[in-house]
Design a protein around this ligand. Structure first.
Ligand code: NAD
Length: 262
């Protein structure tokens, strides 16, 4: 008979790199990983971490600023990862933008693909190489989006970046499976974070809505009836970082209150 393998999740001893760590979802992931005993190497573009003072003072938390849209910043972040003994990478930093294919310009394309895809791809490569070199059976988690499952008339570039993340997740998972490194994505639905201030303002402009209207409408439309909390994405990240998900790779897990049914 198989022995039970459902011990409470414990990330003690794991070294976890989190990008976009100052954002709504990134902060919550760092908080959860720290609370479960992991060491967290956090990065974002700002010079200081915006995690709570209590967390930042923990000796298991370190923060390095990198602008992942600049070649120097990205290369420095790759080096930072390759010098670590990481077990987990969460590729979470991203930017949102709006415009249909007749209007959205190449400047927006370069910015969104530069951060959301190029940096995520290169950091995944750096993490994968480091894990292979160290013989680490690690876990890579890429932040996709419900926008990656279906194009939207007004959100051409952002949707395309998230579709690319889902595809890279599958390719990387298959390439790294022989090394027992798992690669998965999380596809959040609508989550109440600072990103939504920009998203709501952009929809107000493009759809001629009152400020706050789009945010209210998307929350109402979720089958579970509310906008998600960043903690609900962090809990899925904890699961994918841990041994509880040991047989899961190449998947994109929808964490969206029922918005996407595939
Ligand atoms: N909030 C949602 O509804 C939602 C839905 C689907 C997917 N997502 C995804 O979840 C992830 C986190 O989103 P969030 O809602 O927490 O957004 P957020 O805006 O709160 O956080 C994003 C972080 O990325 C950082 N960043 C921006 N430019 C950067 C750069 N050049 N270099 C380094 N870091 C940079 C920002 O400083 C910010 O802290 C993103 O990948 C986003 O696409 C969010």
């Amino acid at each position: 008979m198989n022995h039970l393998d459902a011990a409470p999740i414990n990330l003690a001893g794991k070294i976890c790199v989190v990008t976009g760590a100052n954002g709504g979802i990134g902060q919550s992931i760092c908080d959860h990983f720290l609370a479960l005993g992991a060491s967290v190497m956090a990065t974002d573009i700002a010079s200081n971490a915006s995690l709570s003072k209590e967390d930042v003072s923990r000796d298991k938390f370190s923060y390095q600023p990198f602008d992942l849209l600049s070649q120097d910043g990205l290369s420095a972040c790759e080096d930072w990862i390759m010098q670590s003994k990481l077990d987990v990478l969460v590729n979470n930093a991203a930017l949102f933008g709006m415009g249909n294919v007749l209007e959205a310009d190449l400047a927006q394309y370069d910015k969104l693909f530069g951060l959301n895809v190029r940096s995520a791809y290169l950091l995944m490569q750096a993490a994968g190489k480091t894990m292979v070199k160290n013989g680490t059976h690690g876990s890579i988690i890429n932040m996709a989006s419900q926008a990656g499952h279906r194009g939207e008339a007004l959100v051409a570039h952002y949707c395309a970046t998230k579709a690319a993340i889902i595809s890279y997740t599958q390719s990387a998972a298959l390439a790294l499976a022989p090394h027992k490194i798992r690669v998965n994505a999380i596809s959040p639905g609508v989550i109440d974070t600072p990103m939504w201030k920009d998203v709501d303002a952009l929809f107000a402009k493009f759809e001629n809505l009152e400020i706050g209207e789009k945010k209210r409408l998307v929350g109402q439309a979720v089958p579970l009836g509310y906008m998600g909390n960043p903690n609900e994405i962090a809990k899925a990240s904890v699961f994918l970082a841990s041994q509880q998900s040991s047989y899961i790779t190449a998947q994109t897990i929808n964490v969206d209150g029922g918005n996407v049914l595939r």
